[in-house]
Design a binder for this molecule. Structure first.
Ligand code: HEC
Ligand code: HEC
Length: 293
């Protein structure tokens, strides 16, 4: 064993170990590698001491700084909830008319209601609640089920033809398809229905046909839509004499409604939205109406 011999090919010193004439070069780990090893190790140790790091069973080392993402998040959530609860509590406690009388609460209704409506209702009823074919105009049209606060809130809670056990149930029968009315009679009653909201149709149509349509209406439709065709909130049947239509007032659409029937579906929002949120939406919708009418 010779020590400190220099290898003639590489210029490195050898360690002095030799196996069958092969000598091991003395090439130590470079300094920068040592430096980074020590630096990262020291960082890790300091980090373990200061921050939450090691899990052990159900718990973990908390670290000297006591920083905990979970408590930070929980704290943020709590302070946001406290801020919100100031008015959610008041909206939850007050009755609908008290809220309507309080301008500050109505400001909350308009802002929070607008966001809630945008997230949950506008896909069907439109961002301005103006509706569209098959979806009623909530901002202006007379309500199918009645427009006092409790009724609207109940409609939102249980839905219409929804899966909720207490759902509102309504159906426009398929008079043509189910052969309750002959094709010509469907046409006659359709013309009569359209004449109710469009005077020019009344003046153009054949008087006898129109009278026949009126009679067909009394016999077949008045039970739900009322003798004066003003609709019924018991049956959820729309007023057929105004300018608003759920599906449409042109000849094809009215004929299609009478021929094939209609059964609009409005989801139940119980379970999906809290009591306070549904209350907010009720107030929001009613407020839109007072502003747009
Ligand atoms: C999937 C589509 C859809 C969504 C989403 C929806 N609705 Fe409806 N909504 C309807 C339909 C369809 C009707 C009418 C049902 C009918 O024709 O009888 C209706 C009817 C209503 C009525 C009854 C109106 C009346 O004339 O009595 C109210 C109130 C209402 N919706 C409020 C809301 C609110 C508030 C939301 C959001 C939380 C909402 N809707 C979300 C489809 C929807
Ligand atoms: C069993 C009750 C019932 C009877 C009977 C009935 N309707 Fe309806 N009708 C409804 C309901 C409920 C709606 C609303 C359906 C919906 O919104 O999905 C409706 C909707 C309509 C519509 C669509 C209105 C719109 O806004 O687009 C027309 C048109 C109509 N009915 C005409 C008639 C005529 C004509 C008859 C008689 C031949 C008749 N209905 C008989 C319950 C009835």
């Amino acid at each position: 064993m010779s020590v400190g011999e220099r290898d003639p090919h590489t210029g490195h010193m050898t360690t002095g170990h030799e196996w069958n004439g092969i000598k091991e070069l003395n090439t130590p780990v470079p300094k920068p590698v040592w430096f980074f090893l020590v630096a990262t190790f020291t960082f890790a140790v300091i980090y373990w001491v200061l921050m939450p790091a090691w899990p052990y069973g159900v718990n973990y080392t908390r670290g000297l700084l006591g920083l905990d993402q979970r408590t930070i998040v929980a704290e943020n959530v709590r302070s946001a909830a406290i801020e919100r609860s100031v008015w959610t509590d008041r909206i939850a406690a007050a009755n609908l008319r008290e809220i309507q009388a309080d301008p500050r609460l109505m400001q909350v209704v308009r802002e929070a209601g607008h966001a809630l409506f945008g997230d949950n209702c506008s896909v069907c009823h439109g961002t301005d609640a103006g509706g569209g074919p098959g979806f009623p105009n909530l901002a202006q049209a007379p309500f199918l089920w009645g427009g006092d606060e409790e009724t609207v809130q109940e409609t939102i809670r249980v839905g219409i033809n929804s899966e909720h056990p207490e759902t509102r149930v309504s159906q426009m029968l398929a008079f043509g398809r189910d052969q309750m009315l002959a094709r010509d009679d469907v046409k006659r009653v359709a013309t009569y229905v359209r004449s109710l909201s469009q005077p020019e149709i009344a003046s153009m149509a054949d008087k006898d046909e129109l009278a026949a349509g009126a009679q067909l209406f009394l016999d077949n439709c008045a039970a739900c839509h009322g003798e004066n065709a003003k609709g019924s909130t018991d049956a959820g049947a729309p007023d057929l004499t105004d300018r608003f239509w759920v599906y449409g007032g042109d000849e094809t659409t009215v004929t299609a409604s009478i021929h094939g029937g209609r059964m609009g579906q409005m989801p139940s929002w119980e379970g999906r939205l809290s009591d306070v949120q549904r209350k907010l939406l009720t107030l929001y919708v009613l407020d839109l109406r007072t502003r747009q009418q």
